[in-house]
Design a protein around this ligand. Structure first.
Ligand code: GLU
Length: 382
């Protein structure tokens, strides 16, 4: 059947093998034992082994890990209260324990880890988002594994993700992941809650998140110490899909959960639309209103056309009062708009460094910044 063929071509194993960048979200119920007190160390180390083998293949990985609240509750002897202030206190106490556990799990493989605690504002405000993205890129370039969680201790109810499924989609977007793996206690999407309905059917491949799929997602209940249910997983998959990232919803309780996927364990795949790079460029070209303009000389216009970044030396004039992270139009000497891109500097900084060599940026600004005014990854030719 055509559907089966399609499902095979987009199996979790095939997607993981083809991916350059992968985000793995780990739910609380996997990291912490049933009593909510102790880290499942052997399991976490087995995931560490899986991560290590992917890293050795040259892939870049990022982890979004839950578990701070559950660990902190056990540590402080707090009950399972859902009061926000108690959760915030539990997260503050549990987060360092969570990171210790990750460090211990990755140390045998020589993989250093780093913590990023994000709030909704960090991912929705462009400037903060760009800072978080820049930090993640440096960590990845240094072969460090970024471990992200929501900054529960400071996030207030109205400004919270509240579940790490949706946060993980934003994190995946931030590093332009090809694949997002949501590890939890369910092995994917079913037509009904499999715990209650023996006729529930597993769905291996979701090309499009239709109303029917949304309906199936609504029937599953979150279990144990975790927060999200299937609904938040499908919401995450929808975000991921839109920026070119496929989502794998998989059960993770057993040892080596990623290796199991490579060996054919059952999971649901939500297809990507396009690639992360093409989605990002489309977004720059189509969804952002330019906040300013840069005029460039002939040499720079030619360099851009051949796929290079825009350096300060080629900029002849700056227009507009823009911030870092703003979308800018780039004009050739004749006045034609030739490209759009994301500014690495503010308007004032750009004005200060235009026309000079990249080696003189620090001298002009008094601090060291990127060599490019707009990096080629952040630019689209029109
Ligand atoms: N950020 C929460 C924690 O670390 C978990 C949220 C979730 O379970 O999705 O405990």
């Amino acid at each position: 059947m055509a559907e089966d063929l399609q499902a095979r071509g987009t199996s979790p194993a095939a997607l993981i093998a083809a991916a350059g960048r992968i985000t793995i979200k780990v739910g609380s119920s996997l990291i912490i034992d049933r009593d909510g007190n102790a880290v499942r160390r052997e399991w976490l180390q087995s995931l560490g082994a899986d991560i290590s083998s992917l890293v050795q293949q040259g892939k870049k990985l990022l982890v979004v890990s839950s578990g701070a609240v559950a660990l902190g509750r056990g540590y402080l002897g707090l009950g399972a209260s859902s009061k926000l202030n108690l959760k915030q206190a539990a997260a503050a106490a549990g987060q360092p324990k969570l990171m210790q556990a990750w460090e211990a799990a990755l140390a045998p493989f020589g993989i250093p880890i780093a913590q990023l605690l994000l709030t909704l504002e960090d991912t929705e405000r462009r400037r903060r988002w760009l800072n978080a993205r820049a930090t993640s890129e440096v960590l990845l370039a240094q072969s460090v594994l970024p471990v992200i969680n929501e900054n529960d201790s400071v996030a207030t109810d109205e400004l919270r993700y509240g579940d790490n499924d949706r946060l993980s989609a934003r994190a995946a977007q931030m590093i332009r992941s090809d694949v997002l793996i949501l590890l939890s206690d369910v092995d994917g999407l079913y037509t009904a809650d499999p715990a209650r309905d023996p006729a529930a059917r597993h769905i291996a491949f979701v090309p499009e998140i239709s109303e029917e799929i949304e309906g199936y997602a609504g029937s599953a209940k979150p279990g144990g110490v975790g927060t999200g249910g299937m609904r938040t997983k499908i919401a995450a998959a929808r975000v991921a899909q839109s920026f070119g990232c496929a989502t794998i919803i998989a059960a993770g309780q057993g040892l080596n959960p990623v290796r199991r996927l490579l060996e054919g364990a059952r999971a649901s795949v939500v297809a990507a639309k396009g690639s992360p790079a093409s989605a990002y460029k489309q977004w720059i070209a189509g969804s952002l209103a330019p906040a300013g303009g840069l005029w460039v000389d002939e040499g720079a216009a030619r360099a851009l056309a051949s796929g290079r970044s825009l350096l300060p030396a080629g900029v002849t004039a700056v227009n507009g009062a823009f911030e870092r992270g703003a979308c800018l139009s780039i004009f050739a000497p004749g006045g034609t708009e030739i490209a759009r891109g994301i500014a690495a500097y503010t308007a004032a900084e750009t004005e200060a460094i235009r026309g000079c060599g990249s080696d003189r940026i620090a001298e002009r600004l008094g601090y060291v910044g990127p060599d490019e005014i707009i990096h080629r990854d952040d630019m689209v030719m029109l």
